[in-house]
Design a protein around this ligand. Structure first.
Ligand SMILES: [Cu+2]
Length: 278
């Protein structure tokens, strides 16, 4: 034990404050407690010492992975989702020739990771409460180099109750627009799946698109359909007032058909349906 301590003695001691800002190559975990309601702040960061043959480390591994790039002074994607209570490795590949940072504030503590040019920087995050967290690049925040982490509920739990208004075939002629009239909780769209049935033929459920205005394709029979999510309030979650739009693959829905749109939870269980005839 004395020998162990002696070996350690020559190493620089990194305190918590040092760990909050990680230079390239240092693997940092940010254990952040986020409480939206009360705004209670707490956050700690540790240096992962697994690459150090002496001393302590972390006897756990990431359970989920999120990859981003920075290119042309922008994060891509700018909207990412991290599940609550899930150790998640975020890896950011900086394709620019300039330094960027991945910086966010959780409960009053700011965590910042330097992203060296032409390199990939990884760090671990763990959030205990759901909600959105903004992130940005320190040098380029004013240029709009910002993004959002959505901390989402665990799969298969806290399934929201979602209600639909009557399907609307006139707002977007040739398409069906389904307005979300209520949602018991606002969660990221990737927690949902969607499916479509035409007549008696159903497609295969797919995850909803992660960003407002984008769509997923569902094949029913041999025909491709699109399901758009329109994030009316820009909240990055499916919430009351948002819309689903079902269309053909760049064309109008076929006439003389009966449609059913299924909104499903991430485990495939049913949440809400809407039916209409063209
Ligand atoms: Cu930058």
């Amino acid at each position: 034990m004395l020998g162990f301590l002696h070996v350690r003695k020559g190493l620089p001691e990194l305190g918590v404050a040092d760990g909050l800002r990680s230079p390239q190559g240092l693997f940092v975990i940010a254990v952040a407690a986020l409480c939206l309601g009360a705004g209670i702040a707490s956050g700690i960061a540790y240096n992962r010492a697994a690459s150090n043959p002496q001393g302590g480390g972390f006897d756990f591994a990431p359970e989920a992975w999120v990859n981003l790039t920075t290119e042309n002074t922008a994060f891509s994607p700018a909207q990412i989702t991290v599940r609550v209570n899930t150790i998640t490795q975020i890896s950011v590949t900086n394709k620019d020739t300039m330094l960027h940072t991945f910086t966010y504030t959780s409960n009053g503590t700011t965590y910042s990771h330097d992203l060296l040019p032409s390199a990939t920087t990884s760090f671990l995050v763990l959030f205990h409460w759901t909600g959105p967290i903004q992130f940005w690049c320190v040098p380029h925040r004013d240029l709009g180099m910002v993004g959002t982490i959505t901390v989402s509920p665990p799969a298969g739990s806290n399934k929201p109750v979602v209600t639909f208004g009557s399907p609307d075939l006139t707002t977007s002629p040739g398409n069906a627009t389904i307005i979300v009239s209520g949602a018991s909780q606002a969660v990221a769209p990737t927690n949902y799946k969607a499916n479509l049935q035409i007549g008696t033929s159903a497609g295969t459920a797919v995850a909803m698109p992660p960003t407002g205005g984008s769509y997923v394709s569902i094949i029913v029979g041999s025909t491709v359909y699109r399901i758009y999510w329109i994030d009316v309030d820009g909240g990055n979650t499916i919430s009351a007032g948002d819309q689903f739009r079902i269309s053909g693959n760049g064309v109008a829905l076929p006439s003389g058909s009966s449609f059913t749109f299924y909104l499903l939870w991430s485990d495939g269980s049913a949440i809400q349906t809407s039916t209409w005839n063209t």
